[in-house]
Design a protein around this ligand. Structure first.
Ligand code: CAA
Ligand code: NAI
Length: 692
């Protein structure tokens, strides 16, 4: 027997335990081991029931994704699942941690399922661009009904044990997974319960067969969120097979659809994005086993837009936070915004009032920075002015305990300069959250010149703990994301001044897959960020707009006009301002094609990404992709800008950039690294280094 799976017997109960760290993925060895153990247990006359459980931190979290795209190894998942489902002896799945993807498929073919209270259940396959391909789309609707099944399979989000119990996915919530399952198995034997095979149970499909709106409404609910993605729609379609077709036919169609997606470009890009996110955690010169600094208490300076959101992340993760402001009024306002945010989440049913109270109870407001004395980490989120930041860091240096991490949320200031006013630059780091900080996944972790390795490792780990996706960057203007964004913005603006309509530029990027185009995005963020009235010289479109009070959505007018539903309409005022600027430049308006819009916007970013890499401000190209997917809405099914460039072919990208260099000037000066990679026939994916 394979050692990734262990079989023991407790009188009439055989316990099959999978031990395949870190997440008990169903690798070939695991599949083989389970099948062999089952065969032994089924053949043993003294065994009357079987418990299927896992060691380590989780139940099976899925198929082994690293096996995708490689030659299949025997036994296949379907063979294993059939053996479990057809076992003549009852099999009880004992679930803790996550039962995801192939793991949930495995649980669904067991005749009974029990789980501990904090277990999670889901089909995250759509996030990898595929479907549950081994019957999940056929068995889950039979377990929980098609409405919840569509939500889970097409949405990809897991549900809790309480929801699973309510929906009929599990039979019981137990204290310990294996012991609870064993007790349950004895009950099954004592009560002589029949073996429940979901494939044969159509009872929960009847209502959807009679009234398809149950199903179509659930599909409509996920449509907007899934724009551009193939897998969620294919997933919903596959659930409809369960309603319309006999089980075996549905199973076959599901498998065929899954295979088509698996070999497609979207799934390839989405699987790349999955591993890119995990690779970003790995810092070549920071050992994985480096001891971390304990962070049990956090301080936040400034309770404005960012400080409040940042504080929520920690409170939501159960970490106490002290928030310090300069004025009582600002503190009260900041805490009130946090409370309203939590209340809104509670109103949507995602938090209980007790959880809101518990989180608010972890927040302590103060007007005295001395209250940071006991904090292990302090994050500064005050005004974006070097003199203010330096003043604050001088004080933090005096107040904070030795070894405390001192972080800044600056979006553009030089962190080496900020660190230089302290006597402990090794403890200073940038933690660049994105707005709204309680929601956006991305966290750029900025390594300054003297930042200690354990400060980096602690920050990366902590980021995960509060649900963020961290990426390490070096100090440079705009770090990774905003630095590339500024190049895209510049091209978008230039094209408008050459004759493109704002809406044409926005539409091109929206159709490419971004949630919105650059002008709509700026209207949302506020055009007056960084605008100073006294210094405004009417020289750019944004200055002109701000000068007439058009600050974006918040004033009902920016690049576009907005109605009370916040939908954008072309603005005659903006068009007039654009025409005036074009008039002053003496240029003639011209038609700009959709391709040109995309190439100028995206290739300018790719070229800047290459410069970021060549300067060592990002470790690897995939880190840049993680930034763009998680912070700026780059469509995940296109992997990220650097992955996209690799797919187009760097030689093709460089040729176009050279063309633009000739026609548009130094904005398109090719990055040396891009030329070097092309000369050596390499891809961005081939490049890796230590960042500085
Ligand atoms: N296959 C292979 N490796 C996997 C894996 C999988 N299904 N899931 C996670 N891993 C690896 C990660 O790459 C990572 O490896 P490194 O340490 O070398 O980077 C390691 O396991 C730990 O993963 P995380 O850092 O993500 O750990 P976590 O504790 O934060 O999260 C998790 C655990 C929630 C299970 C998360 O890893 C996850 O969501 N995994 C993917 C689950 C998934 O998508 N399952 C469906 C797979 S497809 C499928 O199952 C289809 C089918 O049957 C037909
Ligand atoms: P904000 O103006 O909303 O909040 C700043 C808060 O800091 C104010 O409440 C102010 O009273 C307080 N403050 C100022 N000096 C202080 C001091 N000495 N002690 C205590 N409190 C003080 O600003 P916002 O938008 O939250 O920005 C904060 C930082 O975050 C800036 O460095 C900004 O560049 C950065 N940032 C902002 C993003 C955004 O989208 N707003 C995104 C990412 C970073």
């Amino acid at each position: 027997m394979d050692k990734v799976v262990e079989l023991v017997r407790h009188d009439v109960i055989a316990v099959v335990t999978i031990n395949n760290p870190p997440v008990n993925a169903l690798s070939a060895a695991a599949r083989r081991g389970i099948l062999e153990s089952l065969n032994v247990a089924i053949a043993a006359p003294e065994v009357r029931a079987i418990v299927l459980t896992c060691g380590g931190r989780t139940f099976v979290a899925g198929a082994d994704i690293t096996e995708f795209g490689k030659p299949p190894q025997s036994p296949g998942l379907n063979e294993l699942l059939a053996a479990v489902e057809n076992s003549p002896k009852p099999i009880v799945a004992a679930i803790h941690g996550n039962a995801l993807g192939g793991g949930l498929e495995l649980a669904l073919v067991c005749h009974f399922r029990v789980a501990v209270e904090d277990a999670k259940f889901g089909f995250p396959e759509v996030k990898l661009g595929i479907l549950p391909g081994a019957g999940g789309t056929q068995r889950l609707p039979r377990a929980v009904g098609p409405e919840l099944a569509v939500k889970m399979i097409a949405g990809g989000e897991p549900i809790s044990a309480a929801e699973a119990l309510k929906g009929g996915l599990i039979d019981e919530i137990v204290q310990g997974p294996a012991s609870g399952a064993e007790a349950f198995a004895r009950k099954v034997l004592a009560e002589k319960r029949p073996l429940r095979k979901l494939r044969d149970d159509d009872s929960k499909l009847a209502s959807a067969r009679a009234d398809r709106s149950i199903f179509t409404n659930a599909v409509a609910a996920m449509t907007k969120k899934s724009r551009g993605l193939q897998a969620p729609f294919a997933a919903a379609h596959a659930v409809s097979y369960a309603i319309d077709l006999p089980f075996d036919e549905g199973l076959k169609r599901e498998g065929d659809d899954c295979m088509k997606l698996l070999v497609g470009d979207q799934s390839k890009a989405q699987r790349y994005a999955f591993f890119a996110e995990r690779t970003a955690q790995k810092i070549p010169d920071v050992p994985a086993e480096i001891p971390l600094r304990p962070v049990k208490k956090v301080g936040i300076l400034g309770a404005g837009t960012m400080g409040g959101g940042i504080a929520m992340n920690f409170a939501s993760a159960g970490i106490p936070v002290t928030i310090v402001e300069i004025k009582q009024e600002a503190l009260d306002r900041g805490l009130q915004v946090i409370k309203s945010n939590y209340d809104r989440t509670a109103a949507r049913g995602k938090l209980t009032p007790e959880q809101v109270d518990q989180r608010m109870g972890l927040l302590t407001g103060s007007l005295d920075m001395n209250d940071f004395r006991s904090c292990d980490l302090v994050i500064e989120a005050v005004f974006e002015r070097m003199d203010v930041k330096k003043g604050v860091f001088e004080k933090l240096d005096i107040i904070c305990k030795p070894g405390a991490i001192l972080a800044t949320n600056t979006s553009a200031l030089n962190i080496d300069d900020i660190a230089s006013v302290t006597k402990r630059p090794q403890d200073v780091i940038g933690l660049h959250f994105f707005s709204p900080a309680n929601i956006m996944k991305l966290l750029e972790v900025i390594r300054a010149e003297h930042t200690a390795k354990d400060v980096i490792a602690t920050s990366m780990k902590l980021a995960k703990q509060i649900g963020k996706v961290p990426v390490l960057a070096g100090v440079c203007p705009g770090f990774i994301g905003n630095r590339m964004l500024s190049k895209r913005e510049r091209q978008a603006n230039e094209m408008v001044l050459e004759g493109a309509m704002l809406s044409e530029v926005d539409r091109a990027l929206y159709d490419f897959g971004f949630p919105m185009g650059p002008f709509q995005m700026n209207d949302l963020a506020g055009l007056d960020i960084g605008w100073v009235k006294e210094e405004s010289r009417s020289s750019t479109l944004i200055e002109l707009l701000c000068e007439v009070g058009r600050f974006g959505q918040k004033t009902g007018a920016g690049y576009y006009d907005y109605d009370d539903k916040r939908s954008p309409k072309p603005s005659p005022v903006t068009e007039k301002l654009i025409d005036e600027l074009i008039g002053k430049s003496g240029k003639k308006k011209r038609q700009i094609s959709n391709d040109e819009v995309l190439e100028r916007c995206i290739y300018s970013m790719i070229n800047e990404g290459a410069k970021i890499l060549e300067e060592g401000k990002a470790i690897r190209a995939s880190d840049i992709d993680v930034v763009w997917v998680n912070g700026y809405g780059w469509p995940v099914y296109r992997g990220g800008p650097m992955y996209y460039a690799d797919q187009i072919g760097l030689a093709n990208v460089l040729a176009k950039i050279k063309e633009f260099h000739v026609s548009l000037g130094d904005d398109f000066k090719p990055a040396a690294l891009l030329e070097k990679l092309v000369a050596h026939g390499k891809k961005f994916a081939d490049f890796e280094q230590s960042p500085r």
